[in-house]
Design a binder for this molecule. Structure first.
Ligand SMILES: Cc1ncc(C[n+]2csc(CCOP(=O)(O)OP(=O)(O)O)c2C)c(N)n1
Ligand SMILES: [Mg+2]
Length: 266
């Protein structure tokens, strides 16, 4: 008999709590599919964020840990060092990772922790009702920038992958968008490569996912997808920013001498 559902094994059969058109559900599915395909579900430990994805463990059928806002890279460090045989990922929003957790993410990347970070950039603090995040676009209206983000007051959108790619311990950094079937397929390819970087024990890996938040962008779901393709990618170019082409990085325990490759995007 034909399977009724193509739901990945590692994605639980749960009614969603996300808003219509939210990107978190897509990101969850890609992660579950990738981990299933790599056959590593039994040794994966995920870290749920504080944010709209706080209940990621209701959806993802791996061992999951919930940690304080912004602290996921620090907890991931402890888990991975205590259990190097596991595959550890953190799942973090832009408020979580790029605001309160800035120090944690930079130092984890700089130390070359062998963890994988899934960074969901939806340009706002979704869970707390749409305040400005470090990644909010210039001119974007949010509940704390009702006239639009003014860089003279609130600075410019933070390019996390480009920042982290300057650090030698960061060996894989890529940005994809959850905004079209083709972009979503590319996102999965990057997630697989990031997890592969960890399985090869090369160092720190991060995949940034440009993700729609129709509710706090005050848009219809389809319009939010178009908004990503037209405006968000203009600020945050898609592609692999850094890859471990040379095969060896300078993370903990890695051999010295080789360096990862900074990519030039077209
Ligand atoms: C230590 C701490 N500071 C602040 C908060 C309040 N808070 C909860 S979620 C959140 C922002 C979430 O935004 P983001 O990380 O971008 O995730 P999203 O909801 O957009 O997916 C904040 C500030 C908290 N729960 N704990
Ligand atoms: Mg957010």
């Amino acid at each position: 008999m034909q399977e009724r559902s193509t739901r990945p094994h590692s994605l639980k059969d749960t009614v969603t709590h996300y808003c219509p058109g939210c990107g978190h559900g897509i990101a969850h599915r890609l992660l579950a599919e990738s981990i299933d395909e790599l056959g590593i579900a039994e040794r994966t430990i995920g870290i749920a964020p504080v944010g709209c994805a706080v209940w990621a463990y209701y959806y993802l059928d791996f061992d999951m840990v919930e940690v304080a806002h912004g602290r996921a890279p620090a907890v991931a460090t402890g888990l991975k060092r205590a259990r190097p045989d596991t595959v550890v990922f953190s799942y973090q929003g832009d408020g979580d990772l790029a605001s309160i957790g800035t120090a944690e993410i930079i130092h984890a990347a700089n130390r070359g922790e062998r963890i994988t970070v899934i960074f969901v950039n939806n340009g706002v603090y979704g869970m707390t009702s749409g305040q400005m995040a470090p990644t909010t676009l210039v001119g974007q209206k949010t509940s704390t920038t009702p006239l639009g983000r003014d860089p003279q007051v609130a600075g410019y959108p933070m390019h996390v992958c480009e920042l982290l790619s300057q650090l030698r311990g960061c060996v894989y950094a890529a940005r994809a968008a959850l905004s079209s079937p083709a972009n979503i397929r590319t996102a999965k390819k990057y997630i697989l490569r990031a997890l592969g970087t960890q399985l090869d024990e090369l160092g720190f890996s991060i995949v940034e996912l440009l993700s729609p938040c129709p509710t706090y962008w005050r848009m219809e779901p389809a319009q939010a997808m178009e908004h990503i393709n037209e405006h968000v990618v203009a600020e945050f170019p898609l592609g692999e920013i850094k890859t471990p082409d040379s095969g060896e990085a300078e993370g903990i325990g890695a051999g010295a001498g080789a360096e990862a490759t900074l990519c030039v995007r077209s």
